[in-house]
Write a protein that binds this ligand. Structure first.
Ligand code: FPP
Ligand code: MG
Length: 503
């Protein structure tokens, strides 16, 4: 197994000129990007959204409706993934936006790389259309994300998502009314029919998710870059593994912070880390010299990339939450790193070696290769995002979130604030171990968590990951244009937005 790579830390900004540091630049463009990190790529994200809707068009009517369900305007969610991927593309752009394409005299080339790409998924983008290729990675990442949500809602028996009925619920009503409308139902067979319509609706939602993955695969293949295919295939593996880790967790897994962190990386952060890496590999800034490896090393990298704190090598009782890193980070040292891996790799990468590697890199005076910094950004942002998600499930409002709260506890899952609370209120451990399955367990767990610093410590954990993501932006190779600097400022601002979100 390759030696784990180090993450940039707070000190990595020391080597940058002020001009390169998005925190220091005072141009209007940079200031606007900092104020509203979504605005810089909002039109392009909308164009990618429109392309996605065309990508999933099919002549099978029931499938067409199901595939489009979460791609319709109004229920698309925040589109965080396409946003951060297109910002990363801009952050690594060496030319002014669109300049290269506009100067392109090839009649087959699109005039404006930021307009909707009308080519079919199987059509190649062309060898020089860097931005188009990165847009397709954004499209594939979002399709994978939506597919995983369709599956997840069936597995979780969820009623709502994004403020509307989950697809399998909406489809169950549609199937039931179609049966009633056809006059094919007698009152005595109502319950049988309603369970078979929900059964069929579950299958439809699963198949719709499979269909999105199938169309995403065609788009991915058309990019013609096997390294990118390998990275995004790893993401699929991680999504499934994370879901099964959660589903099949035994009592000791449920109580284990390192199991929680690995599962969280697999379910949420891997998609952001590996798709950011893919965007960087395709960028002209990387161009083969900026740290992108060959197919074998990228395939391995996608599997190895589990961002953890220094001691999260599976040894419980150590500083698994990385709280000891806080003082070091404030002093410019930092102790965050990429270490460990899933399954076998987790046991073969030693904590001491990974901590030393991280420290050495954090003190170095050289920027990281673009692909590594992009990967670090996505991984840490994903972890911060998920810890906040876990906190909102515990402390947020159902009306604001568009889905019920306390769903993790009700599903028998202990997240960061609960696991941190266990360290102060050991009686919580029995409730976690039995998945909060007895009457009153959920309410008792909430009370116990409230009596500890669990929520506060989990916010600090999210902040550490958000800070590490911002550091990764500062560790990118120097920006060549003001627009690239503005995109970097937006990436940093996004790390704050993730902490401020309430839904
Ligand atoms: C949401 O989790 C779910 C995920 C982040 C991933 C789910 C992955 C699968 C179902 C595996 C299958 C994968 C594919 C690609 C088809 P959550 O239930 O914790 O959060 P929620 O509140 O948003 O439902
Ligand atoms: Mg769910």
């Amino acid at each position: 197994v390759a030696a784990p790579d180090a993450l940039p830390s707070a000190s990595s900004r020391q080597h940058r000129d002020d001009d390169d540091d998005p925190d220091q630049s005072s141009s209007l463009l940079v200031a606007a990007a900092r104020r509203d990190p979504f605005s810089l790529v909002a039109d392009e994200v909308a164009a990618v959204g429109e392309r996605m809707r065309r990508t999933v068009a099919t002549e099978v009517p029931a499938l067409a409706d199901a595939a489009l369900y979460f791609l319709r305007p109004g229920v698309t969610g925040k589109r965080l993934r396409p946003t951060l991927l297109l910002l990363m593309a801009g952050a690594l752009d060496e030319d002014d936006e669109g300049a290269a394409a506009r100067g392109n005299t090839n009649p087959d080339a699109h005039d404006d790389p930021l307009a909707i790409d009308l080519r079919a998924p199987h059509e190649p983008c062309g060898p020089h259309e860097t931005r188009r290729r990165q847009q397709r990675v954004a499209e594939v990442a979002e399709l994978i994300h939506v597919a995983s949500l369709l599956h997840d809602d069936v597995l979780d028996e969820a009623s709502t998502r994004r403020g509307v009925p989950a697809l399998h619920r909406a489809a169950a009503s549609a199937v039931a009314s179609a049966v009633v409308g056809a006059g094919g139902e007698s009152s005595s067979s109502n319950s049988t029919n309603s369970s078979s319509s929900s059964n069929r609706a579950d299958k439809l939602a699963i198949l719709a998710g499979d269909f999105l993955l199938a169309r995403a695969s065609v788009t991915l293949a058309a990019l013609g870059d096997a390294r990118v295919v390998a990275l995004l295939s790893r993401v699929l593996e991680h999504l499934v593994s994370g879901e099964v880790m959660q589903m099949a967790a035994r009592a000791d897994d449920l109580l284990s912070p390192s199991h929680y962190l690995r599962k969280t990386y697999a379910k949420t952060a891997s998609l952001m880390a590996n798709s950011c890496r893919a965007v960087a590999l395709l960028s002209s800034a990387v161009g083969g010299e900026g740290g992108g490896g060959d197919l074998a090393s990228e395939a391995r990298r996608g599997g190895d990339g589990m961002p953890f704190f220094a001691s999260s090598d599976g040894v419980e009782g150590e500083d698994v939450w990385g709280e000891g890193a806080e003082g070091a980070a404030a002093g410019g040292g930092g102790a965050l790193l990429y270490g460990g891996g899933m399954g076998e790799e987790a046991t073969t990468s030693g904590g001491a070696a990974t901590a030393a590697t991280a420290r050495a890199a954090s003190r170095s005076n050289h920027p990281l290769p673009a692909a590594d910094a992009a990967w670090a950004y996505g991984g840490h942002l994903g972890l911060a995002f998920q810890v906040v998600d876990d906190l909102l499930d515990l402390t947020g409002s159902a009306g604001v979130l568009g889905k019920p709260t306390l769903s993790d506890l009700r599903a028998g899952l202990a997240t960061a604030p609960v696991l941190m609370a266990c360290e102060e209120a050991p009686e919580l451990r029995a409730l976690v171990a039995r998945r909060f399955s007895r009457d009153g367990d959920v309410a008792r767990a909430v009370d116990l968590v409230r009596s500890t610093r669990g929520v506060e410590r989990a916010w600090a954990l999210a902040r550490r990951h958000a800070d590490a993501a911002a550091d990764a932006v500062r560790a990118l190779p120097p920006a060549r244009t003001e627009r690239a600097r503005a995109h970097r400022a937006a990436l940093v601002a996004l790390t704050r937005r993730v902490l401020e979100r309430r839904k």
